[in-house]
Design a binder for this molecule. Sequence first.
Ligand code: AMP
Length: 278
Amino acid sequence: MEIVSDKNTLISLLNKNRSSVRGLIPTMGNLHKGHLDLVYKSTLDCAYTVVTIFVNPLQFGPNEDFHKYPRTIEEDIATLKESNVDLLFAPSVNEMYGEDKEEQVIVAVTRLSEILCGKNRPGHFDGVTTVVAKLLNLISPTYAYFGQKDWQQLALVKTMVDQLDMQTKIVGIKTTREKDGLAISSRNQYLTKEERSIAPLLKAELDNISIRLRNGETDYEVVETESKSNLSRVGFDVDYIAIRDSHRLCTPDEETKSLRILAAAYLGRTRLIDNIGF
Ligand code: AMP
């Protein structure tokens, strides 16, 4: 596996492999089984797999965990070497964005970036789409793999690629979960023992909503409100529970073909997100 931290070396290495079907998995590192499921899919589909590790300051708010986000590059390198990855690109912040620039180009997907998680995390998704656009431009992958765990992020990236006529095909991969249902996330390690025992109830509540919808309930607002209080009762501070159109993420309307049930909630200082299809 080649390990590269500067853009010029990255480009010249990729130019040598121009004709291969190329897969990209962008990550912030601290790799776990969820990331590795994306990597595995790429190694099945593509002759050449690139993983990026970059904790992107642009997508963290001023009071978020940018400085304390877990950085485990040595362990990550060892894991990727065993996973048939061809190239790891792990740039510094300076390499990615340059010295303080007078002008800052931001790639923003309007509306989709402002709802759900975007409401409580202003600027977060603009940071995501900006860095993903840069990585797609630098790496020109045939396929780029994103987790369904971050459903809104996946929807934003698909919209960006579609509207900016980018040539990469965006592939969404099913959420990898712990045995008790908790979606695997680097942030789970922030949970105390007690919080960790409560955390799986988030997915359980999404399943509960799914059962209620299957049983014919159609007043989504009532279902959302009751679920919110179920979660508050067991210790969550709920940001949102939302039953939405799975593609546009708006409230379901006559054009809606499938639903997505999405949630974000704090346990102590840790923000958990999850979603399931319906
Ligand atoms: P992150 O390092 O958190 O930015 O995640 C990098 C990629 O891995 C994103 O596309 C995530 O959606 C995906 N990912 C993270 N956790 C999971 C999981 N539990 N299941 C599937 N994909 C995941």
